[in-house]
Design a protein around this ligand. Structure first.
Ligand SMILES: Cc1ncc(COP(=O)(O)O)c(C=O)c1O
Length: 381
């Protein structure tokens, strides 16, 4: 129930990777047979990843994951296009891979606007338009939020960015493989993705870079990946990413419908039985299988630990920040009072989850909330 944190490696993905961890160990830059074999696997993988995005293979740069792709997109574009301006627009609900990169860029002299979002968790297009300045060179808005699962109106933002001739990047780490992410329909110039969120291995991802985009490398060295990301390619990981992308594309529509039914079932079960419970973020534009519950008078951490003891993995806030005690920056941005941010539970379902799982999880959540409210002073009032 925590697939947005990570997913298991699919059996087919592991099979696709194994040869490159044993016999086919060549370095894709070597000119001999071993190298050519690795290079072939690399280029076939590039085509498969490109296909999922409706892009050209030459527009795919392999990286070490979502975080690096986000860093390369932002730093790469703004450093290279500094002469055109120094202003970046992003949102307050981005993943730290974007927010912390923006903070670092502020120290380099760039100016960043962090757009607020509506109560539903969506970017307000009028506010975005008003934030655009003559010196704006990059807009970066995530496709789907990792904490609440809401889907941002990237197509509309894409039209605006194209009209104003501003680069548009989207962090699609949570949406790729789950909903359509064709780059031309979205109207994006750059898109980040990560293998471990789509049943691929950890430590590998990609950045889509639209042909003609001007950006500079952030990792200097031997000039791999069109000079944009030096370092010997992780061929096994990349082959795994490609297989994962292929599997997602084959099952996307069916799996999306199945997961949406499961999340509706769980939402109805929990909201129907627990008082003072709600769903954070809009239900209208949401990743299949993704829910973020809010409960008054109870700590998300207590619920998480109770559910863990029942063999159920969930998260409160985002997995990356769940060791922090501060309320989630995403829930605060949705306008939730800090006290209500503490009682949140993120449920993100995936391939192996069934209706039986949902019913069991629902029962356990109801039980957990009742139990902790029973021992909390506020809950007894
Ligand atoms: C929206 C979003 N962006 C970026 C990342 C970072 O990706 P990676 O773990 O591959 O570095 C994550 C991971 O949780 C994410 O959810």
């Amino acid at each position: 129930m925590d697939h947005s944190a990570t997913t298991p490696v699919a059996a087919e993905v592991l099979q696709a990777m194994l040869p490159y961890l044993s016999d086919r160990f060549g370095n894709a830059s070597s000119l001999h047979g071993f190298g050519r074999e690795a290079k072939e696997a690399l280029e076939e993988s590039r085509e498969k990843v490109a296909k999922l995005l409706g892009a050209g293979p030459e527009e795919i740069i392999f990286t070490s994951g979502g975080t690096e792709s986000d860093n390369l997109a932002l730093k790469g574009i703004v450093r290279r296009n500094r002469r055109q301006g120094n202003h970046i627009i992003t949102t307050k609900i981005e993943h730290p891979a974007i927010l912390e990169t923006c903070r670092a860029l502020e120290k380099e002299g760039f100016s960043v606007t962090y757009l607020p979002v509506t109560e539903e968790g969506l970017v307000d297009i009028a506010a975005l338009e008003a934030a655009i300045r003559p010196e704006t060179i990059l807009i970066s808005v995530m496709h789907a939020n990792n904490e609440v699962g809401t889907i941002e109106p990237i197509e509309e933002i894409g039209r605006l960015a194209a009209e104003k001739d501003i680069y548009l990047h989207t962090d699609a780490v949570q949406s790729v493989g789950k909903i359509a992410t064709k780059v031309d329909s979205l109207g994006v110039d750059l898109l980040s993705l990560s293998a471990h969120k789509i049943y691929g291995p950890k430590g590998v991802g990609a950045l889509y870079v639209r042909k003609g985009s001007k950006l500079e490398s952030i990792v200097q060295g031997g000039g791999h990946e069109r000079g944009l990301r030096s370092g010997t390619e992780n061929v096994a990981g990349i082959a795994g990413l490609a297989k994962a992308a292929e599997l997602c594309e084959q099952n996307m529509a069916e799996e999306g419908e199945r997961l949406s039914r499961l999340s509706e079932r769980l939402a109805a079960l929990v909201i129907g039985r627990v008082k003072d419970a709600w769903i954070n973020g809009t239900m209208k534009r949401r990743l299949p299988g993704s829910l973020n519950f809010g409960f008054s008078y109870v700590e998300g951490e207590s619920l998480l630990l109770y559910l863990d003891s029942k063999g159920i993995a969930v998260s409160t806030g985002s997995a990356c920040s769940s060791h922090k005690l501060e309320p989630s920056h995403v829930l605060l941005s949705l306008g939730l009072p800090p006290v209500n941010c503490h009682g949140s539970l993120r449920i993100t379902m995936g391939r192996s989850n069934t209706e039986e799982d949902v019913d069991y999880v629902g029962e356990c959540i109801v039980e957990a909330v009742e139990r902790f409210r029973g021992i909390s002073a506020l809950g007894r009032e």
